[in-house]
Ligand binder design. Structure first.
Ligand SMILES: Nc1nc2c(c(=O)[nH]1)N[C@H]1C(S)=C(S)[C@@H](COP(=O)(O)OP(=O)(O)OC[C@H]3O[C@@H](n4cnc5c(=O)[nH]c(N)nc54)[C@H](O)[C@@H]3O)O[C@H]1N2
Ligand SMILES: Nc1nc2c(c(=O)[nH]1)N[C@H]1C(S)=C(S)[C@@H](COP(=O)(O)OP(=O)(O)OC[C@H]3O[C@@H](n4cnc5c(=O)[nH]c(N)nc54)[C@H](O)[C@@H]3O)O[C@H]1N2
Ligand SMILES: [Mo]
Length: 586
């Protein structure tokens, strides 16, 4: 496990209840956990081995591990071998990344790197998992790819005990359409106006938002809508973005707080409480480690005349289209479901191909809104009743029926569809229908990584961290979640603190290319030398913020230090870990 701390975060790209319990159970069964992290995180403390790595250098470690497996003839693609293409391009791409080179860059000795590779290859089963610490970094895409490569070359992709794909109940991009047919990932079809940054999956990098607001020109951003986001605290160079939001002609925020971001809004549309909304986890169940589905009903009714959050968003869409504020959100809702049903009955590879759209819409009535959409997705998904086409008794629900939203309503603890199952090769949606193990855009990006081989690596770098009683920027206004010792403190190794003249409990000033913050010091040997750590999501003392409790536990915004010019160029992802900083007593 690299750059992830599920004891605090409870996982992310691997979704499961009770991550700590699962790690403990795995170790009780004789499994081993190795954590690669510049900090001895809570997860590292519970692991069999903690390997401290220099921030931002994970791809060098991972590349050297793959190289070791190739050099020592330990590669075994296992059951997916017939579906892997491009393997012969892998070794040439990694030729510069042997364990000795990686040792100098990562700070991990070469023999440890080779041993890790061998242990991985000779384990009966194993999985490599990387997350925020490896992805929101300078070579985040390469690191993520090498995590996949390690799983593939050790035969662990798509096998129980290894890294597997879920079969989510609402259908995912790898259960729709035809097996082994896909368009691939398109990067750079559009470029941002000011800096020319590529759009990825249709999205522009968050780090170019400020300049798009600041720079005059025909396509200058003059208005902004934020929905459940607090970019002043979550995006690099928060000071610059904060000032840019102030220059907008118009801003709308759909949010529950007047916080660092929404205080700039001309209009705040208050979302109902989460306890007044139904919930189905569309995103994370795609990444679950077991195939499950559950629906949560609202605990409390909406207040009188209060619009549901989806109605607020639908109305905003209609206003943006010029239909006016008095228009009925049902217009958007009906358009959406009609489009979904229409495309499903027209999809020759889908389970509803050729069916009558009117009949399906009638079966979904009288539901509206997200409940109707989820019902449709469940019923047309892998376990669905297919609107009558799944024969009685042949469905995947415990009683033999096909899945519907009604079935989930009747099972308040959710429905378990069992452990993940082997999905190769049918889950593939690549243009070649193969596991493209050495994709051209990533190999091309390795020239950027090669240029970093000779870079000097002295000085301090800043990394982040999460903690259990916080969620990004917005759990700090609840007393029980912030009481106790302050958590927004600078973690420093005691030896570094002594060298820098820092004292526990006293303030230090941390400075980067873009900004400076003053923050109390906490020395700990649970962090590598030359690395310091500040959690993100704090800094609630800006004028105009109306958060009573959070204001008394303000902390500092670590994204005042992260640099909006540092990005993983291929994906456009911000570099949130590994920011060069200098530190001095305040
Ligand atoms: N309680 C709580 N739970 C959360 C959240 C929260 O804020 N609070 N946030 C949610 C969200 S949005 C997400 S995306 C997930 C994230 O879930 P995780 O990915 O588990 O996130 P973190 O806990 O931030 O763990 C990242 C780890 O990476 C380490 N790290 C930093 N730099 C490097 C590096 O260069 N290399 C390596 N190998 N490690 C590095 C950090 O020290 C840290 O321990 O958590 C989700 N869950
Ligand atoms: N330095 C550093 N920066 C980071 C990270 C890091 O690890 N280090 N992590 C990054 C990651 S992984 C993420 S996901 C981002 C998160 O970045 P953001 O999404 O910008 O931050 P959040 O704090 O999650 O913002 C949630 C907002 O939703 C509002 N809200 C809460 N409930 C509701 C609701 O029911 N409806 C509506 N409409 N609003 C609601 C809250 O008041 C808050 O304003 O931060 C990123 N930034
Ligand atoms: Mo996230």
């Amino acid at each position: 496990m690299l750059g992830a701390n599920p004891y605090a975060s409870n996982g992310s790209l691997a979704t499961a209840p009770d991550w700590p319990g699962r790690i403990e159970a795995m170790r009780a069964r004789g499994g081993r956990l190795v954590v690669v992290d510049p900090r001895r995180s809570r997860t590292a403390e519970e692991a069999d081995e903690w390997i401290a790595i220099r921030p931002g250098t994970d791809p060098f470690l991972l590349a050297a591990m793959v190289r070791t497996l190739i050099d020592e003839r330990l590669v075994d693609l296992g059951a997916v071998a017939p579906f892997v293409s491009g393997f012969d391009r892998l070794a040439p791409a990694l030729v510069r990344y042997d364990a000795d080179t990686a040792a100098g860059i990562t700070g991990i000795d070469a023999e440890t790197i080779r041993r890790l590779a061998r242990e991985l290859a000779t384990s009966p089963t194993a999985a490599v998992y990387g997350r925020i610490g490896t992805t929101t970094a300078e070579f985040g895409t390469i690191a993520s790819w090498l995590v996949d490569v390690l799983n593939i070359v050790t035969g662990n992709l798509d096998r129980p005990g290894g890294a597997m794909f879920a079969t989510p109940a609402t259908g995912g991009s790898n259960t729709r359409g035809a097996p082994r047919v896909g368009r691939g990932v398109k990067v750079g079809q559009r470029h941002s106006r000011v800096r020319g940054l590529a759009a990825t999956f249709g999205e522009f990098p968050a780090v170019c938002l400020a300049e798009e607001i600041e720079a005059p020109g025909a396509e200058q951003i003059r208005a902004l809508v934020t929905v459940a986001g607090n970019p002043v605290l979550s995006v690099p160079n928060g000071t610059r973005l904060d000032a840019a939001l102030h220059q907008l002609d118009f801003m709308v925020s759909v949010d529950i707080y007047i916080n660092e971001t929404t205080r700039h809004a001309d209009v705040i549309l208050p979302a109902p409480s989460v306890l007044q909304k139904a919930h189905y986890d569309l995103a994370l169940l795609q990444l679950a480690i077991r195939n499950v589905a559950n629906w949560s009903e609202p605990l409390f009714a909406l207040d009188d005349g209060q619009p549901d959050e989806w109605e607020i968003l639908a109305k905003l869409a209609l206003i943006a289209q010029g239909v006016g504020a008095d228009s009925d959100p049902a217009i958007v809702d009906d358009l959406t479901i009609n489009a979904l049903v229409g495309s499903a009955v027209g999809d020759e590879h889908g389970v509803l191909f050729g069916r009558d759209a009117g009949e399906i819409l009638a079966a979904l009535a009288p539901r509206t809104g997200p409940a109707r959409i989820i019902d449709f997705m469940l019923r047309s998904g892998p376990y669905g009743d297919r609107f009558g086409a799944t024969p009685a008794g042949a469905g995947r629900c415990p009683d033999g029926t096909g899945l519907t939203l009604d079935a989930l309503l009747g099972a308040p603890h959710g429905i378990d569809f069992g452990p993940l199952v082997t999905r190769m090769p049918d889950a593939l949606r690549t243009p070649s229908g193969m596991i493209e193990i050495a994709p051209e855009p990533i190999l091309a990006d390795m020239t950027r990584m090669a240029a970093a081989l000779s870079r000097a690596r002295d000085g301090f770098t800043l990394v982040g961290r999460r903690d259990l009683r916080s969620n990004n920027s917005w759990m700090h206004n609840i007393e029980v979640l912030v009481k106790g010792k302050p958590r927004c403190v600078l973690h420093v190794h005691p030896q570094d603190a002594a060298d820098l003249g820092l004292t526990d409990g006293h303030d230090a000033t941390v400075t980067s290319r873009v900004g400076a913050v003053t923050i109390p010091v906490m020395t700990t040997d649970g962090i590598a030398r030359s690395v310091v750590s500040i959690p993100h999501g704090w800094g609630h003392d800006l004028p105009g913020v109306q958060l009573g409790v959070a204001g008394r536990h303000a902390g500092v915004n670590s994204n005042i230090l992260t640099d909006d010019l540092l990005i993983d160029e291929l994906s456009g992802t911000a570099v949130l870990n590994g920011t060069p900083v200098t530190i001095a007593p305040a």
